[in-house]
Design a binder for this molecule. Structure first.
Ligand SMILES: Cc1cc2nc3c(=O)[nH]c(=O)nc-3n(C[C@H](O)[C@H](O)[C@H](O)COP(=O)(O)OP(=O)(O)OC[C@H]3O[C@@H](n4cnc5c(N)ncnc54)[C@H](O)[C@@H]3O)c2cc1C
Length: 409
C-alpha cells in the first residue's frame, strides 16, 4: 500500500518534496498557507531565479557557509545536473553563466514556479492553497486551519524567517520545537548593514562595482572578507560584497563586538600601484581641482566627502595640494572605514541562518532522529548558502531526498 505523505509548505523545497514523494509511489497532500505557491521563489535572483550553481555539488566549496557537509547525500541524490535536467524536461530552457550560475533562459522566476507546480500536479499530488498547518501532535496528527489529517509521514518545508510577507513566518520552527527539536539561533544572512556615518545617506544609490570589503573586530582581527559590488543606502551599505558579510556582522554585534567595515575600492591594485597611479594623475592634472582629478577614480560625491573629512578644501587644485595633504588623502581613498551598528534584520535578510539543528536530522534521509514520522527540507534546516544559487540547490536537494525517503514503505 502506498504511504500517505503530507508536505507542509509550497516553496521550492516543499514542491520538490511533494513531486519526489509522488514519483516514488506515495499518496501526497501538499498544504500551503498562502494564496499561491512559490512566492519567495518568484522573487529570487531579482526575478531571474538563480536556481543552482554548477559548483554546488562541491559541498566543501565556499558556497555553503553552514553545514554544507550535511548536504552530501542530498546533493548526490539530486545535484545541480539533476536540477537542470528536471527543469529542462519540464519545459524550462536553461542558461549557464561563466560563473557557473544557472538561470532559466527566459530569466523569469515565475517559469520555475510554474514548472514545479505543473510537475507535481502531473504526478497526482493533491495540493491545497490557503490551508495553514497550526500544529503537529506527537501522535502524528496534523492540525490545520480547517481540519485534522493523519498521514504516515510529514515533511516540514516551511522555510526560515526572512521575507515573512512571502509566507516564511517561522511556524514550522515552532512545530519542530514542539516535537522536541532544537533550533539553532537564527541570524539574518545576505543582509545589508547599518553604519553610524550619517553622511552615507548623501551617497544613497551610488554603487562601486568592484570593491574588497573586510569586517574587522575592534582589536583589528578580520572576521570576514569578500570582493564584489557595493551600494550606498540611506543608512548604510548593501550590494553583493556587503550582503555576503552581513551575517558575520550580525553575529559579531550579537556577541557584543563593535565591528567596522573597511572598503578598498581598488582591489586590482596593490597599495604601491594605487599610490603611483593617483600621484601620477594628480601631477598631470596641474591646475585642475583635486576633486575633479580624483573623480576619475571614485564617484564625485564620495571624493567630496573624503576630502572634507581630511580637512582638504573642496576647490584646491592639484598643483596647490601639499605633500602632507597628499599623504593623508591617499590612504583615505584606499581604505574607507565605517562603524557597523546594525543590520536590516531578519525580515529584510534574503536568507535565514540557523534553524532546525542538523545534528538531529539524518542526512541520508532528511528524517528526524527524534520523531520517526517527521522529515525536513529546505531553509527550515540550519544550512546556509551564499549568493549564487546555493540556497535553492539545498532546497531542491533536501526536498527530493525527503520526498523519496518519506515515500518508502
Ligand atoms: C529576495 C530574495 C532573493 C533570493 N534569491 C535567491 C537566488 O537567486 N538563488 C538562491 O539560491 N536563493 C535565493 N534566495 C533564497 C531562497 O529563496 C530560499 O532559500 C528558498 O526559497 C527556501 O526555500 P524553502 O522551500 O525552504 O522555503 P520558502 O521558499 O520560504 O517556502 C516556504 C513555504 O512554506 C509556506 N508555509 C510556511 N508556514 C506554513 C504553514 N504553517 N502551513 C502551510 N504552509 C506554510 C510558506 O507560505 C512558503 O510558501 C532568495 C531569497 C530572497 C528573499
Amino acid at each position: 500500500m502506498s504511504k500517505k505523505v503530507l508536505v507542509v509548505g509550497a516553496g521550492p523545497a516543499g514542491m520538490t518534496a511533494a513531486w519526489s514523494a509522488a514519483c516514488h509511489g506515495a499518496e501526497v497532500l501538499l498544504l500551503e498557507a498562502g494564496t499561491r505557491p512559490g512566492r519567495k521563489l518568484e522573487l529570487t535572483g531579482n526575478g531571474r531565479c538563480n536556481l543552482t550553481n554548477l559548483d554546488a555539488f562541491n559541498y566543501d566549496s565556499p558556497g555553503y557557509r553552514r553545514n554544507g557537509k550535511f548536504l552530501i547525500p542530498a546533493l548526490s541524490a539530486f545535484g545541480p545536473e539533476s536540477v537542470i535536467r528536471f527543469f529542462e524536461s519540464n519545459g524550462v530552457a536553461i542558461s549557464i553563466e561563466d560563473s557557473g550560475r544557472v538561470y532559466p533562459e527566459s530569466q523569469r522566476a515565475a517559469d520555475v514556479v510554474t514548472a514545479l507546480w505543473r510537475a507535481l500536479r502531473s504526478k497526482g499530488v493533491d495540493a491545497h492553497l490557503e490551508e495553514s498547518v497550526k500544529a503537529v501532535r506527537p501522535t502524528g496528527e496534523v492540525i490545520t486551519t480547517s481540519r485534522t489529517y493523519r498521514p504516515d509521514s510529514i515533511i516540514l518545508a516551511t522555510g526560515g524567517l526572512s521575507y515573512p510577507q512571502t509566507g516564511s513566518t517561522g511556524t514550522g520552527l515552532h512545530i519542530a520545537q514542539s516535537l522536541g527539536h532544537n533550533i539553532e539561533p537564527v541570524y539574518p544572512s545576505m543582509v545589508p548593514v547599518i553604519v553610524s556615518e550619517r553622511w552615507v545617506k548623501d551617497l544613497a544609490g551610488i554603487t562601486l562595482p568592484d570593491v574588497f570589503v573586510r569586517l574587522l573586530r575592534e582589536d583589528g582581527k578580520t572576521l570576514a572578507r569578500w570582493r564584489g559590488g557595493l551600494l550606498f543606502t540611506h543608512n548604510g551599505l548593501s550590494g553583493p560584497a556587503v550582503l555576503e558579510i552581513g551575517e558575520d556582522a550580525a553575529r559579531a554585534l550579537y556577541e557584543g563586538n563593535s565591528p567596522s567595515l573597511c572598503v578598498n575600492p581598488f582591489p586590482e591594485y596593490t597599495p604601491a600601484e594605487f599610490r603611483q597611479r593617483v600621484l601620477g594623475s594628480l601631477k598631470r592634472a596641474g591646475r585642475r581641482k583635486v576633486r575633479h582629478a580624483l573623480s576619475a577614480f571614485l564617484p564625485r560625491a564620495l571624493v567630496d566627502h573624503l576630502l572634507s573629512a581630511e580637512g582638504i578644501p573642496p576647490d584646491v587644485t592639484c598643483a596647490q595640494l601639499n605633500r602632507q595633504q597628499r599623504e593623508t588623502i591617499l590612504p583615505a581613498l584606499h581604505n574607507i572605514c565605517f562603524q557597523v551598528i546594525g543590520t536590516l534584520g531578519i525580515r529584510s535578510a534574503m536568507v535565514t541562518s540557523g534553524g532546525v539543528s542538523v545534528k538531529e536530522v539524518d542526512p541520508r534521509t532528511c528524517r528526524s532522529r527524534l520523531v520517526p514520522f517527521l522529515y525536513f527540507a529546505g531553509e527550515i534546516l540550519d544550512i546556509t548558502g551564499r549568493s549564487g544559487g546555493y540556497n535553492l540547490q539545498a532546497a531542491f536537494s533536501t526536498g527530493y531526498l525527503a520526498g523519496l525517503s518519506a515515500a518508502r514503505p
